[in-house]
Design a protein around this ligand. Structure first.
Ligand SMILES: CC(C)(COP(=O)(O)OP(=O)(O)OC[C@H]1O[C@@H](n2cnc3c(N)ncnc32)[C@H](O)[C@@H]1OP(=O)(O)O)[C@@H](O)C(=O)NCCC(=O)NCCS
Length: 187
């Protein structure tokens, strides 16, 4: 699947993306208490700030230098860095605090899940950045690096270092990550 076509994707209405992000908070437990906890979580603050500045960025509405300062405050308070230039589909869920860095050229599909300590980036200033499909789970501490494509419904294990593209439906675990299908067969 050519996820790079997503680079051409049209900007979505603000409320559509936020509604999908909020819906993710209620997946496991639809109670009001759980929703309030989710809305007060650092992951949601970071997503909300990203959605606001992304909305402006897509419409060429100038927000600097305010964006610079808000992004730094979000980084300091949540330990999460999501530049407005990154393309992220609706329904993103970020669990827990900190150590999350998303490169500005990264593309992330819909309904993806990110745990603490995840990096989506290049190889050190070169080598391109990853493109993720829909419903990708990135376990705690996972690093996904370089010009690679991660398919739909891929699950990346805690602390994996992924340097190769992963086909849809596979699990990627270890350092460097190996890919396993449903039957546990290594690719
Ligand atoms: C990758 C993951 C999604 C796989 O879950 P699963 O589909 O239930 O797969 P399994 O547990 O059957 O594991 C499949 C194989 O990968 C291995 N594996 C699973 N997670 C691994 C990890 N993080 N690192 C290395 N190997 C791992 C298993 O040992 C198993 O190996 P085998 O085929 O040789 O038996 C899950 O193990 C994981 O790491 N989730 C992240 C959870 C997380 O970050 N939680 C944070 C909470 S705060």
């Amino acid at each position: 699947m050519d996820f790079r076509s997503r680079l051409e994707m049209k900007p979505l209405p603000f409320w559509l993306t936020i509604r999908a992000d909020v819906a993710r908070l209620r997946e496991e437990d639809p109670s009001m208490r759980n929703l309030v906890r989710g809305l007060l979580s650092q992951g949601f603050w970071a997503i909300l700030a990203y959605r606001i500045f992304r909305w402006c960025y897509e419409r060429n509405i100038p927000t600097q230098p305010l964006r610079f300062f808000i992004e730094r405050i979000i980084e300091c308070t949540t330990g999460i860095s999501i530049p407005a230039q990154a393309q992220i589909g609706k329904g993103l869920r970020i669990h827990h605090f900190g150590g999350i860095f998303i490169h500005s050229e990264t593309v992330i599909g819909e309904r993806c899940t990110i745990y603490q300590g995840v990096t989506l980036g290049d190889l050190g200033g070169w080598g391109g950045v990853p493109i993720l499909g829909n419903n990708v789970l990135l376990g705690a501490g996972a690093k996904v690096l370089g010009n690679i494509t991660i398919g739909n419904y891929v699950r990346i294990g805690a602390n994996a270092v992924v340097l190769q593209s992963v086909p849809s439906g596979y699990v990627a675990v270890g350092v460097p990550a190996v890919m396993k299908d449903e039957a546990g067969v290594v690719q």
